[in-house]
Write a protein that binds this ligand. Structure first.
Ligand code: ZN
Length: 226
């Protein structure tokens, strides 16, 4: 049975500077199905902390402006989620979403266009370029014959302007941007995963493909951000 209660859960990992979050996870229509499962696998591969919502999506978007929440309780949950996301110890924030109509199977975005005159952006741009390159390479090298799904297509914004889920208007990613402009070294990446690559667990037919994608993501993140 899937849980039906609504809550925000935080599970600290060994590397608390990595936070992997799933703000819209849930098992009810309108939520991002199985994003928690995907985020949990990625967190375990990276030894990072895990943050996720359970069944909140139809009521509130935890990464949006808390002032838009319809009740004080939901506003408080937005604040809790965002406090973890922006906590001082975090220097890499990965937010996992599920899409059904993106341009690429996997769409990555930092949420803004790089500013060539800003030193932090030069470094971030290099890391994102490395992530794109190594993720494609990892998938090419390790996508075994016989996996249930073909290798996923990869798009990275701002390099690929046809990425659909750019997160350029997402409240939390704009907050992260403000902090970067104030001098904080925090890298935020919005990650959208096509539905076929999100599964309930080892008994799902596409699980081994999901695992191959999670492994490729983890390896490329380690190579690009550590
Ligand atoms: Zn989402």
């Amino acid at each position: 049975m899937h849980p039906t209660r609504e809550e925000v859960c935080y599970i600290p990992g060994k590397k608390r500077e990595f936070l992997i979050a799933a703000p819209h996870h849930g098992y009810i229509p309108g939520s991002d199905y199985y994003t928690k499962e995907f985020a949990a696998l990625l967190a375990s591969k990276l030894d990072g902390s895990l943050l996720y919502a359970e069944n909140l999506r139809p009521l509130v978007d935890l990464n949006k402006n808390p002032q838009l929440a319809s009740t004080p309780q939901l506003k408080e949950l937005c604040h809790i989620y965002q406090k973890y996301a922006l906590s001082e110890q975090v220097d890499l924030f990965l937010e996992i979403h599920g899409h059904v109509n993106g341009h690429y199977d996997v769409e990555l975005s930092c949420g803004f266009e790089f500013d060539p005159s800003f030193q932090f952006d030069s470094e971030f741009k290099e890391k994102m370029a490395s992530l794109k390159r190594t993720l494609k390479q990892e998938i090419e090298d390790n996508w075994k014959e016989g996996l249930p799904l073909p290798p996923p297509s990869i798009g990275v914004f701002p390099f690929d302007q046809d990425v659909v889920m750019k997160a350029t208007k997402t409240y939390l990613f704009q907050k992260i941007r403000e902090l970067q402009l104030q001098g904080r070294r925090i890298f935020g990446i919005h990650i959208e995963i096509y539905k076929d690559f999100r599964t309930e667990g080892p008994n799902s037919p596409a699980y081994t493909s999901q695992l191959a994608l999670v492994n490729a993501l983890a390896q490329s993140i380690i190579k690009s951000f550590c």
